[in-house]
Design a protein around this ligand. Structure first.
Ligand code: NAD
Length: 485
């Protein structure tokens, strides 16, 4: 495959003017894969200007049904390239090929379908106020949107932002993670193939500095950022200039509560699998298992046994194994989290520090279970972003809620119990954006996002689309036809 890193700006593929480059290594072999040029100020300015011009040249006036037809075309283009996406994602971030096919690609398609469904039900953009036909309330696109995404679910995060901004009627500049530029490029090729007018969608390859330039640009009216809480803070500061609309999807330390009356074997199997999914590199990973005293020892034994069944292997091989982490920085970070937890008194019952047996190269981490974790330990509060499960006992609901709410994050929480009243009480008291009871996944189009340091606002479904729109209140327009799908 030819490795060019052109940007897609104003409907054309253009060579970057970028001066800086980034070296990317293969996560499995640690060999050099490529040098990626990182977009600079001129590249950013051209992309934002193209998006700004496209708004004025008619995109602002498009109907919901026109925008929906582009979205449906996009879904078709991604489906046509399902395998290509899966191979590129696997190569770039190290997730095994079968996982990429079944989850990384399909999750993005599901989110795009969620936008289609949302617009079919709630697509009305011009509604009267119930008892005053002379007053209308209208959702309008905010303007130029800056979309910044991470590497861990690289296509999924892009789809969540681009699909929503497109349906909202914004024009946009997408800057995916510099660590997964080829996934971004293939997505941009799909956008090009939809036949969108020039400038509606623009694509830059760049890093943190590119992101800073983009979020600081005065013609950007909405910023949607997914990434670390650390970077989210500086994005929030940039958005405060001019009070631009801001959506932040940040890190997590999501608790998984196991009450004594749960189906223990299923809860442990699902809980460990959720934590280790994508080698633990998921923002909503159930990485803190809170276990009621009466079943603690049994859960610890089962969790350790399950972790020991995981196999590690190269991402290109078929099968349900776990791949490496994306890069050296992640590997070092996860190793040091495991070492620190043990130093602070956690007991390691599976995995542990160091490379897995027989794997002397690649950023592979041993699937690790740390038990007897206490709230004061870093591993109880901080996002590890690797296959590391922390287990902590609790006495009763009050104690469980206290421990679940202890970290600075509030992205997701998981509850396992056969008592629906207990599940409901816990769900009310846990401070998180998303709660899943007994392994039931979120519905298509349900809002995605968190509280506290996990972010601001929601993505997916109608909530994701509204994040790119402004409400306008207009009185005296009763003769204007309401525009529905
Ligand atoms: P990161 O913050 O390093 O980078 C994310 C993106 O932001 C990249 O495109 C990067 O180039 C850009 N960026 C970095 N600093 C920036 C700045 N100051 N201004 C503007 N842009 C900047 O995060 P990452 O390592 O790529 O991703 C992992 C993190 O993302 C984890 O913390 C994970 O929990 C989080 N995440 C959250 C969600 C969610 O929906 N809540 C989903 C996926 C990942």
């Amino acid at each position: 495959m030819k490795r060019n890193f052109h940007h897609y700006v104003d409907g054309c593929w253009v060579a970057p003017e970028a001066a800086k480059t980034l070296e990317l290594l293969d996560p499995t072999t640690e060999l050099l894969r490529c040098h990626v040029p990182l977009a600079g100020a001129k590249d950013v300015a051209k992309a934002v200007e193209a998006a700004h011009l496209a708004l004025a040249q008619g995109w602002l006036e498009t109907s919901v049904s026109e925008r929906l037809s582009y979205l449906l075309r996009l879904i078709g283009k991604i489906k046509d390239r399902r395998d290509q996406f899966a191979h590129i994602i696997s190569e770039e971030m190290g997730a095994p090929i079968d996982f990429c096919k079944a989850h990384q690609v399909e999750a993005s398609l599901a989110h795009l379908q969620g936008f289609v469904a949302a617009m079919k039900v709630q697509g009305e953009i011009d509604t009267p106020i119930a008892d005053d036909p002379m007053h209308r309330v209208r959702y309008e696109p905010i303007g130029v949107a800056a979309l910044i995404t991470p590497w861990n679910w690289p296509l999924n995060q892009i789809a969540l932002k681009v699909g929503a901004a497109l349906m909202a009627g914004c024009t946009m500049v997408l800057k995916p993670s510099e660590l997964t530029p080829l996934t971004g490029r293939l997505f941009a090729q799909c956008m090009e193939a939809t036949g969108l007018p020039p400038g509606v969608f623009n694509f830059l390859i760049g890093g943190a500095e590119t992101g800073e330039l983009l979020t600081a640009h005065e013609q950007v009216s909405a910023i949607s950022f997914t990434g670390s809480t650390r970077a989210g803070q500086s994005v929030a500061a940039a958005a405060s200039v001019g009070f631009r609309r801001l959506t932040l999807e940040l890190g997590g330390k999501s608790p998984n509560l196991l009450f004594t009356d749960c189906d223990i074997a299923t809860a442990v199997r699902q809980g460990v699998a959720h934590c280790f999914r994508n080698a633990g590199q998921s923002c909503n990973a159930a990485s803190l298992m809170l276990v009621e005293d009466g079943i603690y020892d049994e859960v610890v034994t089962l969790a350790a046994e399950m972790a020991d069944t995981y196999r590690l292997d190269a991402p290109h091989k078929p099968g349900p194994h776990m791949g490496p982490l994306i890069n050296q920085a992640q590997f070092v970070r996860v190793q040091s989290s495991i070492e620190k937890a043990i130093e602070q008194g956690a007991r390691c019952v599976a995995g542990g520090p160091g490379r897995p047996d027989g794997l002397n190269e690649g950023y592979f981490v041993r699937p690790t279970v740390l038990v007897d974790v206490t709230p004061d330990m870093d591993v109880a509060r901080e996002e590890v972003f690797g296959p590391v499960l922390a287990i902590m006992p609790f006495q009763d609901l009050d104690d469980a809620v206290l421990k679940a709410n202890h970290s600075a994050y509030g992205l997701a929480a998981y509850i396992q119990t056969s008592d629906v009243h207990m599940a409901n009480k816990a769900a009310r008291r846990i401070n998180a954006g998303m709660i899943q009871v007994n392994g039931n996944s979120r519905a298509l189009g349900a809002p995605f996002g968190g509280t506290k340091s996990s972010g601001l606002g929601r993505e997916a479904g109608i909530w994701g689309i509204r994040a790119f729109q402004e409400l306008k209140s207009i009185s005296g327009l009763h003769s204007v036809e309401t525009r529905k799908l």
